[in-house]
Design a protein. Structure first.
Length: 63
C-alpha cells in the first residue's frame, strides 16, 4: 500500500524585481524557484536579470 506523501521541506516561491515593483509596472519581471523552508525561513533575495531594465537587479520573494 502506498504511503501518503507528507508536506516536504521544499516549496515553490516567486521572485519579483524590486526596481520594477517600485515603478509604474509592478509584477513585470518574475521568476519561480524552489527553496528549503527549514534552511531559509525568511524571504529569499537573489540578483537576477531583468529584461525590462536590461541589467541584473535584486529580486525578492513575494507571497
Amino acid at each position: 500500500m502506498a504511503s501518503k506523501k507528507s508536506k516536504g521541506a521544499r516549496i515553490v516561491v516567486t521572485l519579483e524585481c524590486t526596481s520594477c515593483a517600485q515603478s509604474a509596472r509592478p509584477g513585470v519581471s518574475r521568476y519561480t524557484t524552489t527553496k528549503n523552508r527549514r534552511n531559509t525561513p525568511g524571504r529569499l533575495e537573489l540578483r537576477k536579470y531583468c529584461r525590462y531594465e536590461r541589467k541584473h537587479t535584486l529580486h525578492r520573494e513575494i507571497r
